[in-house]
Design a protein around this ligand. Structure first.
Ligand code: PIR
Ligand code: CA
Length: 311
C-alpha cells in the first residue's frame, strides 16, 4: 500500500477535472508535485494557464507553473464546450495567481526530468499531448530518464469526441502517436476507465461535507459539469477523468491494467484519433498498458481525503 513519495509533473488544460487532478496531486502526501505545465485543450492556452495559476495560488502549490503549446502540432484546435467559456464551468477563482515560470513548458518538462534522479519523475499528461511530444523531439534523453508516463487520454472501446476517439488524443493525434510510439512505459488511463469515476449525488454530498475552499470549488465546478452532462443518456453522472491518472500514481492497486501495444489512428476518416489497443498476443516486453478497472470506492476516498487536507 504505502510506498515512497512519487515525483510527478502534471501537464494539464484546466478544465474542471484537471482542477480536481491538481487538487489530488497537491493534497495527497504520497505525491511530490515537481512542476505544472499547461497546454491548449479544454480552452485556449491563455485561459487554462490563468486557471492553473489561480488554482496553484489557492492550493498553496509552490511548484513552478509554465505555459506551453497554444496549438496542436498539426491540427486545428476546437475547444471543449462542457468546460464552459472560462474552462472551469461557472466557477470564478478569486485567488491570486502564482507567478508564471519564464520557461516554455517544453523546457520546464526537460529541465525537471534532467535535473532529478534518473528514473524518478513520472509524467502525468491530462490534456492534449503537444507539450510532451515537443519535449521528446527537443530532448530525446528524457525518454530513458523518466520513470513512466501515466496519461489520461484515449479509449479502446468508445470515444467521447467521436464514436471512437477521445478528446485529448483527437485534439493532437500526431503528438499522441509520438508519445505512444517511444519505448518508455506508458499507462493509458482512457475513457474505458474514467467512465467509472462518476460524480454521483452521493459523492457530491460527501465532497460538500468537506469544509475546505478546495472542496467547495469542486462542488461548484462539478455542479455545472453535471448540468452539461444531463444530455448524455449513457452515463448516470458526470465522469471525472483526470484525477484517475494521478490516483494510479499514488496507488497502482486502485486500477487493474492490461498490457497491449497501442496505435493512434492518423489517417482514418471515421476513426481519426482512435487509440487501437491490440489485445491478441500479450507480449511481456510491451511498454504500454491500458487501464481497465477502477476501485471506485477507494478512488473517491483518496480524492476526498486530499480535499480535506487542502486549504
Ligand atoms: C472532458 C474533456 C473534454 C471533453 C469532454 N466532453 C469532457 C477533457 C478532460 O479534461 C479530460 O482530460 C479529457 N478531455 C476527457 O476526454
Ligand atoms: Ca484535461
Amino acid at each position: 500500500m504505502s510506498h515512497v513519495k512519487r515525483t510527478i509533473l502534471l501537464d494539464c488544460d484546466p478544465g474542471l477535472d484537471d482542477a480536481v487532478a491538481l487538487m489530488l496531486a497537491a493534497g495527497d502526501p504520497r505525491i511530490e508535485l515537481a512542476a505544472v505545465t499547461t497546454v491548449a485543450g479544454n480552452q485556449t492556452l491563455e485561459k487554462v494557464t490563468d486557471n492553473a495559476r489561480r488554482l496553484a495560488g489557492l492550493l498553496g502549490v509552490s511548484a513552478p507553473v509554465a505555459s506551453g503549446c497554444a496549438r496542436p502540432l498539426v491540427r486545428t484546435p476546437a475547444w471543449s464546450t462542457v468546460h464552459g467559456d472560462s474552462g472551469l464551468g461557472g466557477v470564478t477563482l478569486t485567488a491570486d495567481p502564482v507567478p508564471l515560470d519564464p520557461r516554455h513548458a517544453v523546457d520546464l518538462i526537460i529541465d525537471t526530468v534532467l535535473d532529478r534522479e534518473p528514473g524518478s519523475v513520472t509524467l502525468v499528461p491530462v490534456g492534449p499531448l503537444s507539450n510532451i511530444a515537443m519535449a521528446i523531439r527537443k530532448e530525446p534523453r528524457i525518454i530513458e530518464r523518466v520513470r513512466e508516463v501515466v496519461l489520461m487520454g484515449g479509449a479502446y472501446h468508445a470515444g467521447n469526441r467521436t464514436a471512437v476517439a477521445e478528446f485529448n488524443v483527437l485534439t493532437d493525434p500526431e503528438a499522441a502517436a509520438i508519445v505512444f510510439g517511444e519505448p518508455w512505459p506508458v499507462t493509458m488511463v482512457g475513457l474505458d476507465l474514467t467512465w467509472q469515476a462518476l460524480a454521483t449525488p452521493d459523492v457530491l454530498a460527501r465532497i460538500a461535507a468537506v469544509d475546505t475552499a478546495a472542496a467547495r470549488i469542486v462542488v461548484d465546478m462539478l455542479g455545472s459539469y453535471a448540468a452539461a452532462y444531463r444530455a448524455h443518456r449513457f452515463l448516470d453522472a458526470p465522469p471525472v477523468h483526470d484525477p484517475c491518472a494521478v490516483a494510479y500514481v499514488i496507488d497502482p492497486t486502485l486500477i487493474t491494467t492490461r498490457r497491449a501495444p497501442i496505435a493512434v489512428e492518423l489517417t482514418g476518416t471515421a476513426t481519426l484519433g482512435m487509440t487501437v489497443a491490440d489485445f491478441r498476443d500479450p507480449d511481456p516486453q510491451c511498454s504500454t498498458q491500458v487501464a481497465v478497472d477502477l476501485d471506485v470506492g477507494r478512488f473517491w476516498e483518496l480524492v476526498i481525503a486530499a480535499l480535506a487536507r487542502l486549504p
